[in-house]
Design a protein around this ligand. Structure first.
Ligand code: HEC
Length: 108
């Protein structure tokens, strides 16, 4: 709204661009991806040899910062990639997690 007050010449195109800006958050965007693809093993306590849970915001944030979570889901190497033993996630979901990290690991 500040923009509009100072500038009556904002074009319709500019306004449409503003509505496209969306911040990725854990609760809205990332948690459903983890719940659907990871917590079958990364539960609390973890199953099937997984080393840590990914059930909370803090768990997942810690894994992005210290356990190379993004490297693991991005990898094309089946011996390294996550989900363990499973197909690689669709690229749009991988990009969502990357964007979440770039946006600052916001919780909600
Ligand atoms: C079928 C069980 C299973 C599923 C599903 C699974 N993982 Fe894992 N995960 C493991 C096992 C087992 C390990 C330990 C062996 C390894 O590092 O390859 C592991 C390790 C990891 C590690 C490295 C931990 C460390 O400290 O080095 C990360 C990060 C990870 N998983 C993230 C994920 C994510 C994110 C998903 C969902 C997209 C996922 N995993 C799905 C079983 C699983």
């Amino acid at each position: 709204m500040m923009l509009l007050i100072g500038c009556t010449a904002v074009s319709e195109e500019d306004l449409v661009d503003v509505t496209l800006i969306e911040v990725v958050t854990f609760n809205e965007d990332v948690k459903p991806i983890i719940d659907n693809n990871c917590i079958i093993c990364h539960s609390n306590p973890p199953q099937n040899g997984a080393p840590m849970p990914l059930v909370s915001y803090d768990n997942v944030k810690e894994a992005v910062q210290n356990r190379n979570l993004i490297g693991r889901i991005s990898s094309e190497d089946p011996a390294f990639s996550m989900p363990f033993g499973g197909p690689r996630l669709p690229q749009n979901l991988i990009d969502m997690v990357i964007q979440w990290n770039e946006d600052g690991l916001i919780e909600e």
